[in-house]
Design a protein around this ligand. Structure first.
Ligand SMILES: [Zn+2]
Length: 414
């Protein structure tokens, strides 16, 4: 009872404060309060998303195997993503270049690891990001053994080990009509690990960002503020690609270049929204360490902010705005908000701007307790997911599309 009252109070606060905090039109404070009207431009844009297109974008990424950083398959994936962005209308692509000179993840020479065993404990254990682990957990260990891939074709595709050296990542930008000097950053990481296809981690988030770039680049779509679509590299080695972006681009924010041109190569950052693993929910592992192979009807999208971040309050309001967008525009699955965001590229932005992440499960409490048996495993393949899983991901695409459209001030040219 008292918990429910608290939630309602928090939601009311969020709705009343979201507009001024994120620079929105002051009158538009009702994102979550009413159903969308048929002529609502956000509803029109969400209607342009299709399950099959989202699946096709994930499938396209899996042709580059696990896209591990520092390999030819990773570089080929960056090139392919840039081609896709340009052909979908987001033509002003740019690259961030940096050097990652650490050796790659060590390859284990051992044979396939033993199956993870379940741990059931009455104790509450602390997890990543300030989270608490309860109940049954599986160790979420990564596979570092290339020979653990049972498919010989995929094993060959993933055979090249990473080498230290120069790295690249790509982004493109929707330029705002009235505030081209301010932008929202929408991100996901293109690199993966585990010697599978990195279909969920993070083909599913990368495909989400590519779909948003396509929809926002439609010839009739205008936004008041700019939106940048960024596909980070080197997330799996410690957020090195997003940190390189922050290091290189943060000092350039809001500068008109050349002066008087009306062009802003690095608009002022308003918020950063990361997407990392969108397909799996399936619930807590069973006592024997297995996980339900079927999507559960109670599945949800997990929107997280970090309560210890410098911009925690604004990030919390942003997270609830995304939940409001989910309630109003997503077709199948709800969203929940948590305050332990961790271990993804939004962490590189938390001291500079409100930052949130969207995921299939909470990173600390659920992914960290082994809820996803494909996490960093050779089995993270397109074929491992059902349409119900892909639909959970599509609901995250709908949620982010609607929230970003609202925040950026979208309208459709007649
Ligand atoms: Zn990831």
């Amino acid at each position: 009872m008292h918990v429910g009252g608290l939630v309602i109070a928090i939601c009311g606060l969020v709705i009343s404060l979201s507009a001024p905090v994120f620079g929105q039109r002051a009158a538009d404070t009702s994102l979550g309060a009413q159903d969308a009207r048929a002529d609502d431009p956000i509803k029109v844009l969400v209607g342009r998303l299709e399950l099959e297109r989202y699946k096709a974008a994930i499938k396209g990424l899996t042709q580059f195997g696990d896209r591990q950083q520092g390999t030819d398959r990773n570089r080929a994936a960056v090139d392919w993503i840039e081609t896709q962005l340009r052909s979908s209308g987001c033509t002003n692509t740019q690259r961030i270049k940096y050097v990652y000179d650490q050796p790659g993840q060590p390859f284990q020479q051992a044979a396939s690891p033993a199956p993870a065993s379940a741990v059931a404990s009455g104790e509450i254990r602390s997890g990543l990001g300030g989270s608490r682990l309860r109940g049954i957990a599986r160790p979420p260990d990564a596979n570092n053994n290339p020979d653990a891939q049972s498919d010989p074709k995929l094993r060959a595709l993933n055979a090249q080990p990473p080498a230290p050296g120069p790295r690249e990542e790509v982004y493109c930008t929707k330029v705002g009509t009235t505030h081209p000097n301010e932008m929202y950053i929408v991100g996901a990481h293109l690199d993966g690990r585990g010697f599978g296809e990195a279909a969920d981690d993070d083909g599913s988030g990368t495909a989400l960002v590519m779909e948003l770039a396509r929809i926002f680049s439609g010839p009739d779509v205008q936004t008041e503020r700019s939106v940048r679509f960024a596909l980070w590299n080197n997330e799996e080695t410690g957020l090195n690609g997003s940190r390189a972006y922050v290091e290189q681009r943060a000092p350039l924010q809001g500068r008109e270049d050349p002066p008087g041109s009306g062009r802003y190569p690095e608009p002022k950052w308003l918020a950063m929204i990361q997407h990392d693993m969108m397909l799996w929910d399936h619930g807590m592992p069973r006592p024997d360490g297995t996980v339900s192979p079927e999507q559960r009807p109670e599945a949800d999208i997990n929107i997280e902010f970090q309560s210890t971040a410098k911009f925690a309050d604004q990030a919390m309001k942003l997270a609830f705005l995304f939940r409001d967008a989910n309630e109003k525009y997503a077709t199948d699955y709800p969203a929940a908000v948590g305050h332990h965001m961790t271990n993804t590229d939004s962490s590189a932005f938390t001291d500079l701007v409100p930052a949130i992440s969207l995921r299939e499960n909470e990173r600390g409490m659920q992914i960290g307790a082994g809820w996803n048996p494909h996490y960093h495993q050779p089995t993270d393949r397109f074929s491992a997911y059902s349409d119900k899983d892909f639909r959970l991901g599509l609901n995250a695409v709908q949620t982010s599309l609607a929230a970003i459209a609202h925040l950026s001030g979208v309208n459709l040219k007649k």
